[in-house]
Design a protein around this ligand. Structure first.
Ligand SMILES: *Cc1c(COP(=O)(O)O)cnc(C)c1O
Length: 214
């Protein structure tokens, strides 16, 4: 089933869009199967869970942290992940800057629907945050990530993707040091087609590859 699902998705996704397999709760066996079918990017949400899998799978894929990161887990996260998609405070960025050995790429997580219970930065605060981060050593901002709100009809998420893409374009035009707006990570199993229409360069797919989570 994993093979059929991946083949179907890959056939539809434009070649310049990166498919991240969102693998929380999935076994190492399932992930290895996805890799055999051509998946080269893995997204994990939790450090402990990712560490176990990373130890078995290793650096043969690009590891994205797509879940919220606590400051006290930054050192461990830097050992596992190639990119952290969920930076949402200067304090977290400073901690990454402090522990990174070389230039390390991050995305800023945008709380595009301004939901108080969700992590991420409100859209109007992203520019100030990025300007502050651009002064730090060993950290570069490679783009933006957003989840968007939970909606019954995926079409209703489109305005939040569009807003995030506008922000992305405006930030790109500022040409800030250590800021290169090239990755726009948005869209999940039910919304990735809409996300691509709205300019996503990177989609994060769990259920549509592996089936429902138990
Ligand atoms: C789980 C998860 C996904 C994938 O969700 P599906 O609906 O299973 O495709 C994408 N992004 C993040 C941040 C996630 O936690």
């Amino acid at each position: 089933m994993i093979r059929e699902n991946i083949e179907k998705i890959m056939k539809e996704v434009p070649p310049d869009v990166v498919v991240i397999a969102a693998t929380k709760t999935r076994s190492v066996e399932e992930i290895k199967q996805a890799i055999e079918c051509g998946i080269t990017h893995i997204g994990e949400n939790y450090i402990q869970e990712a560490e176990k899998k990373f130890n078995e799978i290793g650096k043969i894929v690009t590891w994205h942290l797509i879940g919220h990161l606590q400051k006290n887990k930054v050192k461990k996260a830097l050992q596992i992940f190639d990119i952290i998609e969920t930076v949402d405070s200067f304090e977290l960025a400073r901690e990454i800057s402090k522990h990174a050995k070389n230039m390390f790429s991050v995305l800023i997580e945008v709380n595009s629907a301004k939901e108080p219970q969700k992590s991420g930065v409100y859209p109007e605060q992203v520019e100030d945050l990025i300007k502050k981060i651009s002064t730090l050593p060993n950290i570069s901002v490679a783009g933006l990530m957003t989840m968007g709100p939970f909606v019954e009809n995926p079409e209703n998420i489109r305005p939040y993707f569009r807003l995030t893409k506008n922000l992305f374009d405006n930030l790109k035009n500022l040409s800030l040091p250590n800021v290169e707006m090239k990755i726009l990570s948005m869209g999940m199993s039910d919304s990735w087609r809409i996300a691509i229409e709205e300019g996503a360069t990177c989609i994060r797919i769990g259920t549509a590859i592996f089936g429902p989570r138990k």
